[in-house]
Design a protein around this ligand. Sequence first.
Ligand SMILES: Nc1ncnc2c1ncn2[C@@H]1O[C@H](COP(=O)(O)OP(=O)(O)OP(=O)(O)O)[C@@H](O)[C@H]1O
Length: 462
Amino acid sequence: MNLPTPVGRQPHVAYLPPTGHHVVLGTAGTGKTVMAVLRALYLSDPGVQGSGKTLLVTYNNALVTYLNHLSNGASSALDIRTYGRFARGYLNDRGLMQGWNAIVKPNQRRSLVETAIRTTSKGYKPHTFFDRESGWFRDELSWITGMGINSEEEYLKAERLGRRTALNANLRSVVWKILEKYRELRDARGHQYDWDDIAMTVRDQLAIDGRSRLYRHVIIDEGQDLAPEEIRSLVEAIQPDGSVTFFGDYAQQIYGQGMSWRACGLMVRQTETFRDNYRNSTAIANVAIALSSQPFFGRTDELVPPVAPTAAGPKPTLVHCVSQEQEISVIQDAAKRLGSVGTVAVVARTWADADRACEGIQSNRLQSDKYFWNSAPGVYRTTYHSAKGLEFDAVLMPFCGADKVPLNDVVEALGNDDAAERESKLLYVALTRAKSDLLITYSGALTPLLPSTAGLFAEVSP
Ligand SMILES: Nc1ncnc2c1ncn2[C@@H]1O[C@H](COP(=O)(O)OP(=O)(O)OP(=O)(O)O)[C@@H](O)[C@H]1O
């Protein structure tokens, strides 16, 4: 098995009772993923009392591959899936998936939302609200659906969790009209669902499905990035004598649903907390702690304060370059040097930037759907989003100038405050992937989202 021996609170969590709901919170590198796998192996082991078919749900296909590697060919009683794959499979089983076209693709959704905004605006006097980036509307529609909000009345009353900008009742009514128009357009094109509202249908179907449930146990890894409606559907998908175990870290929440597990049907008296970081060196953890302590990082009830580890390692390096070309050259030199002895990830905000930073050197693109886990030394390239849950000996982060982070599109769509919160959480995800070496480059001014506390970095010029 590729799993460490559990220590501290870990064995307690891995072998929690096989019934009821459990919530385990902890910041980066505290062993949530490895304990999620250990618990999944335990609950699916036929020799264990109360065991049964188990579903381990995680964030993307890259993590499914990683979890398969960790579980090392577990029994057929364990399924490791993304939420999307679980939902699609269940609805297919119910005869409700009419092929691939059933789920609208993100670019089609974008264009349908834009049409819905234009069409709806015609019913109103000209208003700047309709000039907002369509990204804002797409995000708001995802939020409404992910929260499981079913009517305009419910939306008008809803607390806008995870949203920093207020929205008055009149504007909410307009958004609701846009949502209805979008759904009408989508149905007319023959798409039954998008990735946000598929969970609502799963719940509706589970409510009328009299058959016995396939899974006795569900374990959720990276739970902070599932929408409340997705979690509710998983809670409802287990057998009555089974269990749900939710592992999450609100410091790494990257889609801003602002959910609380309490609102997701999880009935827990007390949460378990992991505090010891087994991945990052102290110097890297100090950067993560300083980053998460900044006022715009956001707070939720469930945020667990990170506790610094004691592992030795060099201070992270911050390199001020004169141009992006120079950044690429610094990143490539470091990648070649470190990639011959360990795993190195070049992690950028967008795929275009990750590809650009690695142009001309040997590197593997960690695309979530085409990726096979390989822990051999080498250079990998990926984005902040796709690096989630993974770890590398060294992480190299190019293009951390103020003109690149936060991403302009996100600022335009969501405004400064929401953008600062989301993008700093992404930075947090990216830099906590590093076990011992972290190198960040920028040209122009440094992004204001990185902490400026003296002494955190070794600051150099090439
Ligand atoms: N008891 C332990 N002994 C040794 N190493 C451990 C132990 N627990 C976890 N680790 C190691 O610590 C690292 C981080 O673990 P893991 O990936 O499970 O953390 P995580 O909480 O899921 O992190 P993140 O949320 O940042 O993805 C892994 O390399 C894991 O093998």
